[in-house]
Design a protein. Structure first.
Length: 382
């Protein structure tokens, strides 16, 4: 009998396979995988040498008796499998978003507390090496008191990517669920975890997308864009979720006397002219990181009014999983911490369903889009 923690995976696409690799690297045993389509999940299980495969999640919980479940499906399909797993006493690792509504996300968080199971919420780009470096620098006072953060990203996504879960609010789609969760996680890891206030505006720039059969892997969906978008027989699905957002937030920092202002500006369909970036401004300097998810390099603006590129510290570099791909490496990092924690080892705090439920409630607030003040009457006079 193996003494390894047993993991059951929900989802057979890119995320499911990535989670399986991450838990194996963390020393756990992947005992089963469940998917929606029998042939697809069987093929993945065979390729990855996973012994149990199925399409019935509840039956898989009974058959595999896992210690951990890993939820790697779109957010709209999370609630029931997570609730059932918690009822079975499983620890739960869930990709973002936690669910498709703040109310249901909060229910899962409360249930996990009640059942005393551990949870991990994989808004995991906070583990990017340059984010960890920025966290060290800010904590050491490199920029003085933090006062402002700027997060700018434009993805220029193809408008004709086949219609699917990312186009539907009820399935966990939208840029808030799948970009803002990471961005808020990055900023709070550097500045402080306490979010004081938020306001936002969202916009659906897309409208519709072509319906195409056979898309099972999120990473390869571009390969299915129809060659003839004017084909009269082509069917179209209606988007009902945001593809761009602008959010302002205030965070509390343990080293700042005033709330820190944060701007999150994201255009899913708009092109960038200059590099996507994050900037942390303080009373004595600033930190600039290139890349929408802080890929680097990292520069510090110092007292001599110069921007200087800094190398990555060795302690951060040595602690990174040796994995290609930022998304995959960050899964490995969090899965490693989660397994260690469940095994009784001491680890740094990681995000749980507490943060997952808070983020989903924030997204509900932002999506109301009711923050505008009508000022037309100010211009109606002579």
């Amino acid at each position: 009998m193996s003494n390894k923690l047993k993991v059951l995976i929900s989802g057979s696409g890119f995320a499911g396979q990535g989670h399986a690799d991450a838990f194996r690297a963390a020393g756990a045993e992947v005992v089963g995988i469940v998917g929606r389509t029998p042939k697809v999940v069987n093929d993945v299980a065979q390729k990855m040498h996973i012994p149990y495969t199925g399409t019935d999640w509840l039956q898989a919980l009974k058959d595999c008796k896992p210690d951990i479940v890993s939820i790697a499906t779109p957010g709209g399909a999370h609630f029931d499998p997570i609730k059932q797993a918690i009822e079975f006493g499983c620890h739960v690792f869930s990709d973002k978003p936690l669910t498709d509504t703040g109310e249901s996300a909060l229910e899962l968080y409360e249930l996990a507390k009640q059942k005393n199971v551990k949870t991990a919420f994989a808004s995991s780009f906070r583990y990017m090496p340059r984010v960890q470096q920025a966290k060290q620098l800010v904590a050491a006072g490199a920029i003085g008191e933090p006062v402002e953060v700027e997060c700018i990203s434009h993805f220029n996504l193809e408008r004709d990517i086949p219609f699917g879960w990312s186009h539907r609010k009820e399935d966990g789609g939208g840029r808030l669920n799948n970009n803002f969760t990471h961005m808020m996680s990055i900023v709070t890891s550097v500045i402080g975890e306490k979010i004081l206030s938020i306001i936002g505006d969202v916009r659906d720039d897309l409208g519709k997308a072509p319906i195409v059969e056979g898309v099972h892997n999120f990473k390869t969906r571009r390969d299915f864009i129809p060659k003839d978008l004017n084909d009269p027989s082509l069917k179209w699905g209606e988007s009902n979720v945001e593809w761009s957002y602008t959010v302002l937030a205030q965070l509390e920092s343990p080293i700042a006397t005033k709330p820190v202002s944060v701007l999150f500006k994201h255009g899913g369909l708009t092109p960038k002219f200059q590099e996507n970036h994050l900037v942390f401004y303080g009373t004595k300097g600033a930190i600039f990181i290139e890349g929408h998810y802080a890929m680097g390099p990292l520069y510090v603006h110092d007292k001599d009014n110069q921007w200087t590129a800094l190398p990555l510290p060795k302690d951060i570099s040595d602690n990174q999983p040796d994995i290609e791909g930022d998304t995959e490496r960050n899964w490995h990092y969090l899965a490693r911490e989660f397994v260690k924690d469940i095994s009784g080892e001491t680890v740094e705090p990681y995000q749980s369903f507490k943060e997952g439920s808070v983020y989903q409630q924030l997204i509900d607030i932002i999506r109301k889009n009711d923050n505008w003040t009508d000022v037309r009457h100010l211009q109606s006079g002579s």
